[in-house]
Design a protein around this ligand. Sequence first.
Ligand SMILES: [Zn+2]
Length: 198
Amino acid sequence: MVILSEYELVEKPPRGFFVVSHEKSICPCCSGALECIGSRTRTCINETSDKRKLIIRRLRCEECVRIHHELPDMLIPYKRYESKCIEAVIEQNAGLAASFGRCSPMQPGLAVAADESTIRRWREWFRRIVEYLAGCLESAAARFGIGAAVRPEGGGRSALKRIKRQAGAEEGWMAKAVRTATNMNLWVHTRSAFQAAG
Ligand SMILES: [Zn+2]
């Protein structure tokens, strides 16, 4: 899996929306060049439950011959809802936890039309990967000098705060965080966690 941040969606009925990359992806395993060997369709659901079909490229590494699918960062591997929907639910959850006992209103955010069980699965999924994701971003920061310096007291801070310290606190932090972890080939180690909750 490779995740793009620079792309556009080009609609070609009846197949759907082609994800056209504006960046040069490299193999997350060995940094080799990638060649396109086909495509596959992914369903993408937005906050109002509208479904779109995305056509993503199937790429093969010219060096290690591994196959990678090229996902736009509006999606998270193995999730059908757009990442902004899942981010909004996690934000609301964090807002509720922060305001608990202080009677402050929930933070305004994106209203997401998803059923309770789906929302519960997203929260469970995030609860399971949040520490790992924070660690991925901190190791990326240390390895490549990108993001913020890792504070030695990192372990004492909430994992969500550590993620936002690296990916930024503004909208889109989840897409950025997942993209960094995926393109560094770190997410494979937690593949079951990503896959377990749709
Ligand atoms: Zn490779």
